[in-house]
Write a protein that binds this ligand. Structure first.
Ligand SMILES: Cc1cc2nc3c(=O)[nH]c(=O)nc-3n(C[C@H](O)[C@H](O)[C@H](O)COP(=O)(O)OP(=O)(O)OC[C@H]3O[C@@H](n4cnc5c(N)ncnc54)[C@H](O)[C@@H]3O)c2cc1C
Length: 485
């Protein structure tokens, strides 16, 4: 029986609140089905949390706001947007609509866990503690914490996690959409009677996005990548296994921001990928892609299990490593951020980041290795800059991607593996197109010569800021002093 149904058979109109966070879509959304199932009418809301707004860069905010606009449109203008601390706003809204329950998709990152506990506590203080916070589903194919070793211990190494993750499997996509609920119009709530709920307009930010935000854009891009159409007429999931490491080819899916904001659920993608695996032409590409989605789940599980790894070395024995933090380190860090290191592939990556809010995965590894092992700067500096700049900036994937490179994370790259930026450039950008695209000073240098610049450098392009060979030795000396590595 629905909570609003009375014993005498008369139906009072019951209400629930659907609180959107990292799940800005209507399809494949279990919390929407749960909210609709719990009550006759549902109010959709989003809270602009000042803390989250403060910690996101302009492009990520633009992507968030555009995603909210798309969601509001799909709801015919019935998305309530408020500003303030969720622990103040959610109980206020729940009270205003006399909700029986508040519905969310689970968040496992440290801030989200603490925020949701505060909201739950605040809800217990109203309506005689009768309003429950219901969590249904998450942003991951398999909820973090669910795939463990036989003894219940969390996995620390990706490959066995991947095996267990595939064996565990995931649910089919949930069938949900705009018609799944009878939506309450926020106008009937805001400023009526004793309600002190204040709606705000969805803000805007004056920056351009290199890909459009929102559920429709996510679906379209995913379809093109699957089918080898539109932006993906050259490279698609079919050759993803071969081409994914090539920043010059535009062969990766660019789905990361959509996944970050929940414009699409990974389960929707996995349903397609497991079908594609049955086709011999697509099998290898689909399996390689599925493995990358598993990395996303893996790092979310690592963060849930070891929240300290957000800003500290997952492997605490690396706390002893010598890092540079003096004035010269700050200057070196500034040159790295500006893409003026004199190493073409590093500079191209850093300029792609500041110019578009995105960077290819292979290049993320190269620039991260350069910062940590050639410039000896703490990985946290680079991670913070990435989070500021990336549209897909995500605490779990970013911090553990950095720690993989720095050697202090779960099954990290061995500490003695120091990427040589020049040979990495030659190998993964063999045409040189990627560097030429992002470093205009080198636009006239033909072919792969752009990585070595043996015939000299244009006068406006800097000399290499360090001697890679010498810094590699220095990195090995420092890493050699860490025990338990
Ligand atoms: C130093 C560093 C920092 C990173 N920071 C982030 C970040 O803040 N946010 C983020 O989403 N990814 C991050 N990654 C992972 C990866 O670089 C991006 O997910 C990928 O480049 C996004 O582009 P794409 O969607 O075209 O990837 P594709 O190659 O098309 O991959 C498909 C999807 O798989 C997932 N994925 C792929 N590789 C990884 C990975 N190594 N770890 C986790 N998930 C992965 C992403 O969701 C991605 O959208 C980081 C990697 C490194 C080395």
């Amino acid at each position: 029986m629905r909570r609003g149904a009375r014993q005498d058979g008369c139906m009072s109109s019951s209400t629930s609140l659907l609180w959107f966070r990292r799940d800005l879509r209507l399809s494949d959304l279990p919390s929407l089905l749960a909210a609709a199932d719990a009550a006759d009418r549902v109010l959709a809301c989003f809270v602009l949390d000042p803390w989250l707004v403060k910690t996101a860069g302009d492009r990520r905010l633009k992507f968030l706001y555009d995603s909210l606009r798309g969601l509001d449109e799909k709801l015919d203008g019935r998305l309530l947007v408020v500003r303030g601390k969720p622990e103040n706003q959610i109980p206020k809204i729940a009270k205003a609509i006399d909700a029986n329950s508040v519905h969310i998709s689970a968040d496992h990152a440290p801030y989200g866990v603490a925020r949701d506990a505060r909201v739950e506590e605040a809800l217990s203080g109203i309506k005689g503690g009768d309003i429950e916070l219901h969590s249904t589903g998450s942003s991951f194919a398999v909820t973090p914490g669910r795939v463990t070793k036989n003894d219940g211990e969390p996995y620390k190494v990706f490959t066995p996690y991947f095996r267990a993750w595939r064996e565990h499997g995931w649910h089919s996509p949930a069938r949900s959409g705009a018609k799944s609920a009878d939506w309450i119009d926020p106008k009937d709530v805001v400023g009526t009677g004793s309600s002190d709920v204040h709606a705000v307009d969805i803000p805007d930010v004056d920056v351009e996005l290199s890909i459009p935000a929102g559920e429709d854009a996510a679906q379209k891009r995913w379809k093109q990548f699957r089918q080898g159409a539109g932006d993906y007429s050259q490279h698609s999931v079919e050759d993803y296994d071969d081409a994914r490491d090539r920043p010059d080819l535009d062969a990766s899916s660019r789905m990361s921001a959509y996944l970050k904001f929940g414009n699409i659920h990974p389960r929707t993608m996995l349903a397609d990928l497991t079908e594609l695996e049955k086709d011999s032409d697509h099998k290898d590409g689909a399996t390689a892609y599925l493995r990358e989605l598993c990395f996303r789940d893996f790092y979310a599980s690592v963060l849930r299990e070891w929240p300290h790894s957000a800003w500290h070395n997952w492997n605490r024995s690396f706390d002893a490593i010598e890092v540079d933090e003096d004035k010269a380190a700050h200057e070196a860090f500034d040159a790295w951020k500006a893409g003026k290191t004199g190493f073409p592939i590093v500079d191209a990556g850093m300029r792609q980041l500041s110019g578009s809010g995105f960077m290819h995965n292979r290049v993320r590894m190269i620039v991260a290795s350069f910062l940590v092992k050639d410039l000896h700067v703490p990985w946290q500096w680079g991670a913070r800059w990435f989070l500021d700049q990336l549209i897909d900036g995500d605490l779990a994937s970013n911090q553990h991607g950095w720690q993989w490179t720095a050697g202090c994370g779960t099954d990290a790259s061995p500490y003695f593996r120091v990427f040589n930026p020049t040979t990495q450039g030659l190998k993964f950008d063999p045409s040189g197109d990627y560097v030429r695209r992002w470093v205009p000073e080198l636009a006239d240098v033909e072919g792969k010569a752009v990585h070595e610049l043996k015939d000299g450098r244009p006068s406006d392009y800097p000399e290499p800021m360090v001697d890679h060979k010498a810094e590699r030795e220095e990195a090995l000396r420092r890493y050699g002093q860490v025990s338990g590595k």
